[in-house]
Design a protein around this ligand. Structure first.
Ligand SMILES: [Zn+2]
Length: 400
């Protein structure tokens, strides 16, 4: 803290020379961050913690009060003299929208600054729906939510969209989402129609962000997120930042080869990891060995817990492929955490012991104390919270 106090004092002093507005803005950001972390403080405490003079703190607080980002919350005990006013962070002063487009439909949520979901809407959509229908559904959902929020549109920071497949962030475009049947679909008109900034991200990348900012891997600078659903998606945070690669296509871990010449994949190659570890693969394989077409994950794991031989054999094979891929990933990236999301993450009691033993058991090189394989706690909300986080991350830029 001492270092940041010194730095803040230096910044304050530099304010005499630099543009006053920029300095005021920088001060406000520092104070907002402190309030966000501590939630409730007196001006005196803010002055002591930041090193800013009392008048500087007062000015910044007045501005944050005016903007609704902070509010007065009674008085603290007096240490002599007048009781100091308490200033409280207001998480319900700004909002963002998160949108996911998945096979079963579109989900739109409204989150507050604490990334709590305060409104949630799911609209079923048929696969192969037109781009116009997609945009119309998102627009009307967002408009409905703004109406029922009872708050002004100025308090909305934007719309973040997460979608499986390749996206063009600059053009706000879905370049290719093969499982949704979408190709070169621009969402740029959403901005004109709603009056809000629009951001787009691959859903596994969005989930990786959510896990790092809000979830089980909070604050970890090296994290691999793997979503196991009908396919296998992944997002990689390396040295604290989402790793995109030269062509924004990094992290296609579902398409790294685990069986040369193996099963044919939708990408055109053979032996891709997702052809062995996707949820659908596990279920389809179990359906074909049992002849029960309707079997789901719950039934599979119920059979596994009763040591049903076909379930046990299939699970052993499934885990071995999962271990092969995870071992490759740990060897290549050396992450702090590997976080697994998707429906299968609802069964950690089966998944985690087998993976930890398989990945680290026979290796003299890696130890499980170095890397933790975990299941997502955000799970189904990881994609959409990551989406909403895209505009929420711009809060600081909008303090002015
Ligand atoms: Zn593939």
């Amino acid at each position: 803290m001492q270092k940041s106090v010194e730095l803040n004092r230096a910044v304050e002093a530099a304010g005499r020379l630099l543009d006053q507005n920029s300095i005021k803005l920088a001060n406000r950001k520092v104070i907002l961050d402190l309030l966000l972390q501590e939630r409730i403080l007196t001006k005196q405490e803010i002055s002591e913690r930041t090193g800013f003079s009392f008048p500087t703190v007062s000015n910044s607080i007045n501005s944050l009060l005016q903007q609704g980002l902070a509010r007065e919350a009674g008085t603290a005990d007096s240490t002599g003299g007048r009781k100091p006013k308490l200033i409280e962070f207001n998480p319900n002063s700004r909002f963002a929208f998160g949108v996911t487009i998945q096979g079963q439909g579109i989900r739109v949520v409204r989150t507050n600054i604490d990334m709590q979901i305060v409104d949630d809407l799911e609209v079923p959509m048929r696969r192969g729906s037109s781009a116009a229908a997609l945009i119309e559904t998102i627009c009307s959902s967002v408009s409905d939510m703004i109406c029922r929020s009872g708050t002004s549109i100025q308090n909305f920071l934007g719309i973040g969209v997460a979608v499986s497949g390749y996206v063009n962030r600059k053009a706000i475009m879905i370049e290719a989402a093969s499982n949704l049947g979408l190709k070169n679909v621009s969402l740029a008109s959403l901005a004109d129609r709603t009056g809000l900034a629009v951001y787009i991200e691959n859903e596994a990348n969005a989930a990786a962000l959510a896990e790092q900012r809000l979830g089980i891997a909070q604050g970890m600078s090296n994290l691999i997120y793997i979503s196991i659903t009908e396919g296998v998606g992944s997002g990689m945070i390396i040295d604290g930042r989402l790793y995109m690669g030269a062509h924004n296509r990094a992290g296609e871990l579902g398409h790294h080869t685990v069986v040369p010449g193996g099963r044919i994949c939708s990408c055109g190659k053979r032996g891709c990891w997702e052809r062995y570890v996707a949820e659908d693969v596990l279920l389809n394989d179990y359906r074909s060995v049992t002849g029960n077409d309707g079997v789901g994950l719950e039934e599979f794991f119920a059979d596994l817990s009763e040591q049903h031989p076909q379930a046990a054999e299939l699970w052993e094979r499934y885990v071995s492929y999962l271990v092969t891929g995870l071992h490759n990933i740990v060897a290549i990236y050396d992450p702090h955490y590997v976080v697994i999301g998707g429906n299968i993450a609802e069964y950690p009691q089966y998944l985690l012991p087998a993976l930890m033993k398989g990945v680290f058991g026979a290796s003299s090189y890696y130890q499980h104390e170095d890397t933790y394989i975990l299941v997502s706690e955000l799970n189904k909300d990881a994609f959409i919270l990551g989406a909403a986080f895209l505009p929420m991350g711009t809060l600081h830029a909008r303090l002015g």
